[in-house]
Design a protein around this ligand. Structure first.
Ligand SMILES: Nc1nc2c(ncn2[C@@H]2O[C@H](COP(=O)(O)OP(=O)(O)OP(=O)(O)O)[C@@H](O)[C@H]2O)c(=O)[nH]1
Ligand SMILES: [Mg+2]
Length: 423
């Protein structure tokens, strides 16, 4: 099933808690701390699978998570790491965070990977917190929760050549004549409802991927016919082929209407080399008008090629013309600039912190304190004290007092809910 958009929920597994255990040996009355570290949570990772052309897999299943890391154990034993969940996506998949639509990344090449929900870190066991003055720490870190979010996947197929034209012009038939692809062909408009890809051999060594997209009619940009949203699949092609039905009612007008729709979708599409193909030359309606059509299209600035997908006329010259057009496109680097990447958003809270009113109390925000809170076991006095000391060190306690926090005030940090202690 073809799909070029999907919204999925991804969650990394939680990191395992560190252990707070002590060595027990037959002849040692009270051994030192020996609590090992928790394992890391598994991540959710997207991986490009070459040859895949749809996001249809995500229609049924929408929730994906990595498994949790195991707890640390006595004898400094490390908890087991969680398992990553890898999801296969087609080349040309854009990933955006939801609901803000921020671009997280683009997956183009085979085997490219993108972590979309990192697993939590395992907490350190108490063995790390022993010192000369504090030989028996009960403090250990809890594992942090995994990242969790909704993301949107959008597929823009990657092809070198895009076939565009009016419905029923003969695009799919041409794809079938040039490649091994066997798309559905029918003598009615909108036979093709989802894009098809085929591989064209240009010469002994080189191949190019051709995309055939559903036909465009006047008003497609306003949603007429199947609309123009499939044009996103030709946005990344380097060369466009305008397929014109030589036996149609008014082939030149028909092409101009298609060109207008391309312009309305994205004017830059028309800056790319366009090869016009007048097809169905095996039919007399077409072959008789060919000289006149050719003249009219030349007047519009094109170098049209006449073909028949049925008897093969002109397909060799088309192949050569496409090879030359791709060479030109490469040398001019005329392909459209990739969508602007904005992966690293400036986040003032990543390093610093702030305090805002929330409910009956205050919320402390900031990556560092939130991670520290997630790592803290507030049931453990020693761990809780360490956390408050961090707030003091960062000056957060002063700020809390300044905004009016006192004994009994609720302070939220990440998922933790704390009660401000006695002065
Ligand atoms: N005689 C002749 N008929 C052709 C040729 N190319 C296509 N046709 C016919 O034209 C009709 C439409 O062909 P398709 O390839 O389905 O056209 P399309 O442009 O993909 O159409 P949509 O997918 O509906 O937009 C079919 O009946 C084809 O058999 C050709 O070179 N010669
Ligand atoms: Mg078709």
């Amino acid at each position: 099933m073809f799909a070029d958009r999907a919204r999925i929920h991804v969650a990394g597994g939680a990191g395992g808690d560190g252990a707070g255990t002590f060595r027990r040996e037959a002849h040692v009355p009270r051994g030192g701390p020996d609590g090992g570290d928790g394992g890391h949570g598994g991540s959710v990772i997207l991986v490009v699978e070459a040859g895949m052309t749809t996001l249809g897999d995500f229609k049924r299943n929408r929730h994906f998570r990595g498994t949790d890391g195991g707890r640390g154990m006595r004898r400094k034993a490390h908890g087991r790491n969680g398992t990553d969940t890898t999801l296969r996506v087609p080349p040309g998949t854009l990933v955006r965070s939801q609901p803000d639509g921020e671009l997280i990344g683009e997956l183009m090449e085979a085997d490219a990977r993108l972590v979309v929900a990192a697993g939590g870190r395992g907490g350190r066991g108490n063995v790390h917190f022993a010192s000369a003055t504090h030989r028996a720490p009960t403090h250990f870190e809890k594992g942090t929760p995994g990242e969790e979010r909704w993301i949107e996947l959008e597929l823009k197929l990657i092809a070198d050549i895009g076939l565009v034209g009016a419905p029923n012009a003969g695009k799919s038939t041409l794809l079938a004549a040039l490649t091994e692809a066997r798309p559905e062909v029918g003598n009615y408009p909108f036979t093709t409802v989802t894009p098809n890809l085929g591989v064209l051999s240009l010469d002994e060594e080189r191949t190019a991927v051709i995309a055939d997209v559903p036909g465009l009619i006047e008003g497609a940009s306003e949603g007429r016919g199947l609309g123009h949203h499939f044009l996103r699949h030709v946005e990344r092609t380097r060369v466009l082929v305008g397929v014109v039905d030589g036996a149609g009612r008014d082939p030149v007008e028909e092409w101009r209407a298609v060109a207008d729709e391309l312009r309305l979708h994205d004017a830059r599409l028309l800056e790319r080399p366009i090869t016009i193909v007048v097809t169905k030359l095996d039919l007399s309606e077409s072959s008789e008008r060919w000289p006149e059509l050719r003249k009219a299209l030349k007047a519009d600035g094109y170098e049209p090629i006449g073909v028949s997908a049925h008897d093969g006329t002109g397909l060799d010259s088309l192949r050569r013309a496409l090879a030359a057009a791709l060479d030109r496109a490469d040398s001019e680097a005329a392909s459209m600039p990739a969508e602007e990447m904005r992966i690293h958003r400036f986040d003032p809270l990543a390093q610093g912190w702030d305090v805002v009113a929330e409910g009956d109390g205050f919320r402390v925000r900031g990556r560092r304190v939130e991670i520290a809170a997630a790592r803290t076991d507030f049931e453990n006095d020693e761990s809780r004290d360490r956390f408050w000391r961090l707030l003091e060190r960062l000056g957060i306690d002063v700020e809390l007092r300044r905004v009016g926090a006192g004994p009994g005030t609720t302070v939220y940090v990440g998922r933790a809910e704390l009660e401000w202690g006695e002065e």
